[in-house]
Design a protein around this ligand. Structure first.
Ligand SMILES: CC(C)(COP(=O)(O)OP(=O)(O)OC[C@H]1O[C@@H](n2cnc3c(N)ncnc32)[C@H](O)[C@@H]1OP(=O)(O)O)[C@@H](O)C(=O)NCCC(=O)NCCS
Length: 188
């Protein structure tokens, strides 16, 4: 039986852990940044209460074990630099969706790839998923690079799927099967 509890995971440079109420200021900094939400289906946060609400929802999902929501922090300093989520679980089909964001001050250091890699390994090995999906804006080049580095394959294109920041935005749909993940691990 699958469990959607959020554990603590460690990588070479990062700790992935459940969010706490103390994370509100750092979380607000990440999502108040227009660059971070440029291709996100939401406006930049304008008040710390947005972070408090998001954390309250995360705490609820920890209690009910409905979503896996990680804060990503630097192992050295403890600074929160982003989030990675496994959500929208379809238990019967052993699949879920992936979401992630890294604070723009920390882009380009491989943190997304490292953090998402740990979350995916947890999803396939501990949660016994068979498939993880990601929906990204085709203009979000860095996000596509991260997904493809991790073995996701492009599966489809859906025009004008979202209305965000006053304009319609397309979706490129990616999928990662457990078999791709296992094959990638064998090659590393
Ligand atoms: C997408 C995102 C998570 C990447 O975080 P990151 O920590 O910088 O990612 P990494 O450093 O692991 O990898 C980024 C890769 O994209 C590449 N890249 C960055 N900008 C790029 C661009 N404009 N065009 C092509 N490649 C680009 C980098 O070179 C790197 O690849 P490399 O390792 O082969 O050099 C980050 O940009 C982000 O949080 N964006 C806003 C939120 C978001 O869009 N989330 C995804 C939508 S659900």
């Amino acid at each position: 039986m699958s469990t959607y509890a959020t554990p603590v995971l460690t990588t070479e440079r990062l700790v992935l852990r459940p969010l706490t109420q103390h994370d509100a200021p750092a979380l607000f900094t990440v999502f108040a940044d227009p660059a971070v939400v440029r291709y996100w289906s939401a406006e930049p946060w304008t008040d710390i209460s947005f972070a408090e609400t998001a954390i309250a929802r995360a705490l609820e999902s920890y209690r009910d074990e409905t979503d896996i929501r990680f804060a990503v922090e630097l192992a050295d300093s403890g600074e929160l630099v982003g989030t990675v989520n496994l959500h929208h679980f379809f238990n019967q089909n052993r699949r879920c969706e992936l979401g992630y964001a890294i604070a723009s001050a920390h882009w380009g250091h491989g943190y997304a790839t490292e953090a998402i890699g740990a979350a995916l390994e947890h999803g396939f090995s501990a949660v016994d998923l068979n498939r993880i999906e990601a929906d990204i804006d085709p203009r979000n080049a860095a996000s596509a690079v991260v997904l493809e580095k991790l073995g996701f394959r492009k599966e489809g294109f859906m025009p004008q799927r979202w209305l965000v920041h006053g304009e319609y935005a397309d979706t490129v749909f990616y999928g990662l099967l457990r078999s791709y993940w296992d094959e990638r691990k064998r090659k590393i």
